[in-house]
Design a protein around this ligand. Sequence first.
Ligand code: ATP
Ligand code: MG
Length: 381
Amino acid sequence: MAHAVSGALRTLMEICLVGGAVRDELLGLEVKDRDWVVTGATPEQMLAQGFRPVGKDFPVFINPHTGEEYALARTERKSGHGYQGFTFHAHPDVTLEEDLLRRDLTINAMARRPDGSLVDPYQGQDDLEQRVLRHVSPAFAEDPLRVLRVARFMARFTPLGFQVAPETLALMQQISASGELQHLSAERVWMEFERALSCDHPLVFLQCLQQAQALPVLLPEFNPLDWNSAQPVLDRLNREHPCAEQRFALLCHLAMPEEAPLEAVKTLCERLKTPNRFLQAATDLLQWHDTLASLDTQESSRRLALVKALKLLRNPERLQQLLAPTHALHPDMPDDLGPRFEQRLAALAQVSSAEFMQQGLQGKALGNALEARYLALLESL
Ligand code: ATP
Ligand code: MG
């Protein structure tokens, strides 16, 4: 459907692959989501072909069959604060080159025509080869979100050897100095941070923000991080194929103040409106890593306290989540501690109150009998 262009428009309308998909394909990486740019078309023509508009007055459409985004070629002008402070000019006359000019980085400003040819007016391919994140035009400074985007691309592409071009870093610093970062919504900041947490190098994301002088504004809680001591801890975590929640928990542990760290994490998560599971992963780690790491030498009452606090009988995955970052913080923790503790939890889960009730126990007496059984089962690990 998308490419079946009707009669008279055939010579005008053109749909090209653009942005991340072109970049990732040139890098030899797996292409996850594809974005398209459409030149020579009006919104009415898009609607007539069955595309669904993304929002009112926004020249972006969704292909209902693939879910992929098709944006009409547009130019932009800054008209207000923040990410949304733009007026768009989307018109069939806007050329592919003009559309590519409004994009953030040269490596993101390439398109592939239907005949397979590459459109690269801003030397994105050279920058890919030289491993440089470079802005396309001075208009880069008009959107503060780009500071976060560059930091995220640095995090993702750092294993390939990418660096931020000095003149781009200067523009990022200029954005920070302008006060525009304050206009970014919590959702935007979190969205980019979460993406950075989904790759192995979230520290590079934070470091890049610091170099751009954006960290004290966007994520001041991470400003005190000591990169040199944090890196090996994160490297140990990465060996265990962690999820974003586990990386978040570890970074919080490393960055939060010694005094009232839980309150600091709570404030951070409330401000960023993180999903609750991130807060939980961080508070579980802050509160329980010491106990878990030293479980072999703990009293059974302390072991039971951990089981109860994390509700491990009902949520065994919470232990799974806690194990890897705890191991990263305590490299001497025995490898088999997790499996041994899980076996104990399985034994605890078998305990049934029916047995005690048959003996006539109820109420507090029943509770005490269950507790005694749990403690007995947790005597050895
Ligand atoms: P990813 O692989 O994470 O999807 P991407 O480069 O495809 O990376 P998208 O957010 O999907 O990023 O955006 C698609 C394209 O739109 C980008 O490659 C870039 O050309 C352009 N773009 C997106 N956001 C901005 C922005 N804030 N400023 C300028 N250009 C942008
Ligand atoms: Mg994309």
